[in-house]
Ligand binder design. Structure first.
Ligand SMILES: CC(C)(COP(=O)(O)OP(=O)(O)OC[C@H]1O[C@@H](n2cnc3c(N)ncnc32)[C@H](O)[C@@H]1OP(=O)(O)O)[C@@H](O)C(=O)NCCC(=O)NCCS
Length: 174
């Protein structure tokens, strides 16, 4: 069980390319992804898709009690200048305390003014909408799980930070 620290002692969010991750961190990230997306969600799919090591990929995570508590990754898309957020996950014992929200906020600072997209598990569209994502197509099945494609347009210079602040303000305190 993770213990939630008081706000003033909250863990920093970290971001790194694959080459800058140490072996123990890579192992812990992949274990969390496997434990949740494959085992918990009972979904038989190739999580290690070859994109983690791409030079443009950024891994974003935070640790709590010396374990990876939450994680997401940001991919460069084929469309020049666009990004994709994926593999958004919080360890079961750490859920409901705002960690995924903190990672999303940080991811948007990494993405900056670039347009971005993600495939939301259908029940989470409201969560991603807080961060400026809107559905761009009908629900579809991905590895047997209902998903909705969502996009966030390119941001004007001041728009990005305003959207992030607004999303943070709408969150309950943690
Ligand atoms: C979805 C997930 C990442 C949320 O992590 P978290 O750290 O608990 O999220 P936060 O505490 O920052 O935010 C919680 C918000 O997520 C949404 N949410 C989480 N689980 C939800 C659920 N089962 N149904 C609907 N909304 C849900 C809610 O909007 C909630 O906001 P609220 O607490 O104000 O109601 C986590 O439950 C998880 O890892 N799930 C399994 C993996 C997964 O499905 N990932 C999403 C891929 S698109």
């Amino acid at each position: 069980m993770f213990s939630a620290p008081p706000p003033e002692e909250r863990e920093p969010v970290r971001a790194a390319s694959f080459g800058d991750l140490d072996a123990a961190t890579v192992y812990a990230i992949m274990k969390l992804r496997c434990d949740v997306f494959v085992v918990e969600q009972k979904c038989y799919y190739a999580d290690l898709d070859g994109r983690d090591t791409e030079p443009g990929t950024r891994h974003v995570w935070l640790t709590r009690d010396a374990q990876i508590a939450a994680y997401l990754r940001i991919l460069d898309l084929d469309t020049p200048g666009a990004a994709r957020i994926g593999r958004v996950v919080t360890a079961p014992a750490a859920r409901g305390s705002g960690l995924a929200g903190r990672l999303m906020t940080h991811a948007l600072t990494v993405i900056g003014e670039r347009p971005s997209r993600l495939s939301a598990q259908a029940h989470l569209t409201g969560f991603y909408a807080r961060f400026g994502y809107t559905a761009e197509g009908p629900e579809y099945l991905e590895d047997g799980i209902p998903h909705v494609p969502m996009t966030r347009p390119a941001q004007l210079p001041d728009q990005g930070s305003a959207a992030i602040s607004s999303a943070v303000e709408r969150r309950r305190p943690v």
